[in-house]
Design a protein around this ligand. Structure first.
Ligand SMILES: NC(=O)c1ccc[n+]([C@@H]2O[C@H](COP(=O)([O-])OP(=O)(O)OC[C@H]3O[C@@H](n4cnc5c(N)ncnc54)[C@H](O)[C@@H]3O)[C@@H](O)[C@H]2O)c1
Length: 260
C-alpha cells in the first residue's frame, strides 16, 4: 500500500491495536515510521501483535495492557507514551471497542452498561487523558472509531448505536474545545468491516441484509479504514476538525437501490 503520510519522529498510541481495525492501523503507523504504543486489554494477542509490528520497523514498538474502562489506567498509559516518545504524544487512534446485536426490548441492564462503559465512557477516558497532554503540547491528532450505527438507526443497535452516536458528539465537542490548542479530533464511521467483531455480531441473515444495503456490494477491509485513520492523523489534515468520515462503501449515502 502507498502510505498517505510520514510519521517519522511522531509518537502514536493505538488502542484496541491487537485486533481488526486497530491492528491494521498499528501496522500502517509502524510502516510510516511512528514511535508506536499499542494498547489492548487482550494481553496474549497484544504480544503477538507487538512481535509482528517489530518486524516491520526499526523504531521501537511497545505493547501495553489497558482496559479503557479504567480511567486511571488511561492516564497512566498516556504518561507511559510521553516517556516513550521523549515527552510527546502526537496521535491517538482509539479503536478499542465491543459490539452487540440485541433488540432494544430485550436489552438487559448489564448489556447496556457494558457497551456504554466500554464504547462511550472508555472513549471519554482515553480522549481526556490524551487531550490533556496534547493541548499542553500545542499539537495533537485524535481519531475515534465510531460507526455508521452512530449515524443511522438500525435494528439491534440500541446500546451500540447510542454509544457510537455519543462518540460522534463527544468528538465534535472536543474538536471545538481543543481546536485553539492545535489539537484536531475526528471520528470515523466504518460500515461493515471484515473483523472478528463482525464475525461475532453478524449472523448469516444479517450479512445478507447488509450486503443488499451496501452500494459497493461487499464488506470493507480493516486496511481501508486504516487508510482513512492515517489521513486524519496526519499533519496535513490539520484543517479537518470535528468531522465524521464514513468508510462504508456508500452505505450511509444510499436510499432505494435496484441491485438485481
Ligand atoms: N468491524 C466493523 O464492522 C466496525 C464497524 C464500525 C465500527 N467499528 C468499530 O471499530 C473499532 C474496532 O473494531 P474491530 O472490528 O477492529 O473489532 P475487534 O474485536 O477486531 O478489535 C477490537 C479490539 O479492542 C479490544 N478491546 C475491547 N474492549 C476493550 C477495552 N475495554 N479496553 C481495551 N481494549 C479493548 C479487543 O481486545 C480487540 O483487540 C470498535 O470501536 C468498533 O466498534 C467496527
Amino acid at each position: 500500500m502507498t502510505l498517505i503520510a510520514d510519521f517519522t519522529g511522531q509518537t502514536a498510541l493505538v488502542t484496541g491495536g491487537a485486533s481488526g481495525i486497530g491492528r491494521a492501523v498499528a501496522r500502517d503507523f509502524a510502516r510510516a515510521g511512528a514511535r508506536l504504543i499499542v494498547a489492548d486489554r487482550d494481553a496474549i494477542r497484544l504480544c503477538e501483535t507487538v512481535a509482528e509490528l517489530a518486524a516491520l520497523t526499526p523504531t521501537p514498538v511497545d505493547g501495553v495492557e489497558l482496559d479503557v474502562t479504567d480511567s486511571a489506567r488511561c492516564d497512566a498509559v498516556v504518561a507511559q507514551c510521553l516517556a516513550a516518545g521523549g515527552g510527546r504524544l502526537d496521535v491517538l487512534v482509539h479503536s478499542a471497542g465491543i459490539g452487540i446485536e440485541r433488540p432494544f426490548l430485550d436489552t438487559t441492564d448489564a448489556e447496556w452498561s457494558r457497551i456504554i462503559d466500554t464504547d462511550l465512557t472508555g472513549t471519554f477516558a482515553i480522549n481526556r487523558a490524551a487531550g490533556r497532554v496534547m493541548a499542553e503540547a500545542g499539537y495533537g491528532r485524535i481519531v475515534n472509531l465510531a460507526s455508521t450505527a452512530g449515524v443511522a438507526g438500525g435494528t439491534g443497535r440500541a446500546a451500540y448505536g447510542a454509544a457510537k452516536g455519543g462518540v460522534i458528539m463527544l468528538s465534535r465537542v472536543l474538536a471545538v474545545e481543543l481546536a485553539a490548542a492545535g489539537v484536531t479530533v475526528n471520528a470515523l464511521a466504518p460500515g461493515a468491516i471484515e473483523t472478528e467483531l463482525v464475525a461475532r455480531m453478524h449472523s448469516d441473515t444479517t450479512r445478507k441484509v447488509y450486503r443488499r444495503a451496501i452500494p459497493a456490494d461487499r464488506y470493507g477491509t480493516p486496511e481501508e479504514v486504516s487508510a482513512a485513520a492515517l489521513f486524519l492523523a496526519s499533519r496535513e489534515a490539520g484543517y479537518i476538525n470535528g468531522h465524521v468520515l464514513a468508510v462504508d462503501g456508500g452505505f450511509l449515502a444510499a436510499g432505494v437501490m435496484h441491485k438485481d
